[in-house]
Write a protein that binds this ligand. Structure first.
Ligand code: 5GP
Length: 207
């Protein structure tokens, strides 16, 4: 059987990653890491569930101590993946989902070349902008910064990512995301140990 996968899910703010994942978790078995960040907590968020909310000092301490698999500064705040989160999930034998921005994704790909790289985007850019504005959790300046970041993210994704999920209907998007994970588990490259094992068993069977 293929081993646990590292799956990176990226997409600009407003692309609907959270909704996609919430729908996916209704039926899918992969587990998401909880990132550390220095950005302020939104009113609908919980510390330890949505993010580990760190002060800048605590985050910089984590960088120095080598606690982070990857980190980046995005729209003025630090975001990063703690090794402890990856270990917590892989120890239980589950696939790991990292919902991170594309520069972090590039770094994960360097560390785990077999990572499954998935980018998501709404059917068009107008939908992205209106989703971002209608959130009501960010001021206008932040919305502008996030739209500017989206252009750069698309360019990086074209080069580094393996799959695109168009996020129109969230249930369909979640299903497509799950299908990508299923397909990667079935890839021959993920099943070489199994193939060697059954080859040896077949060989021994006829001795
Ligand atoms: P938000 O502030 O909207 O929750 O997240 C902003 C961006 O940071 C999103 O694109 C999100 O995927 C990304 N992000 C969240 N956690 C991490 C992380 O641990 N590492 C990196 N590189 N990006 C992250």
């Amino acid at each position: 059987m293929s081993k646990g996968l590292v799956i990176v899910l990226s997409g600009p703010a407003g692309s609907g990653k959270d909704t996609l994942l919430n729908r996916y978790f209704k039926f899918g078995s992969a587990k998401k890491t909880v990132s550390a960040t220095t950005r302020p907590m939104r009113h609908n968020e919980t510390d330890g569930r949505d993010y580990h909310f760190f002060t800048r000092e605590r985050f910089e301490q984590a960088i120095k101590a080598g606690e982070l698999l990857e980190y980046t500064e995005y729209a003025g705040n630090y975001y990063g993946t703690l090794y402890s989160e990856i270990n917590r999930i892989t120890a239980a034998g589950d696939d790991v989902i990292l919902k991170i921005e594309v520069e972090g994704g590039q770094n994960v790909k360097k560390r785990f070349p077999g990572a499954v790289m998935v980018f998501t985007f709404p059917p068009n850019a107008d939908i992205l902008a209106s989703r971002l504005k209608s959130r009501g959790t960010e001021d206008e300046e932040t919305v502008k910064r996030r739209l500017a970041a989206a252009e750069k993210e698309i360019e990086i994704a074209k080069k580094t990512y393996d799959y695109l999920v168009i996020n129109d209907d969230a249930d369909d998007a979640a299903k497509n995301f799950a299908d990508i994970i299923t397909a990667r588990h079935a890839a021959m490259s993920e099943n070489i140990d199994f193939m060697n094992e059954v080859r040896d068993d077949v060989k021994n069977h006829f001795i």
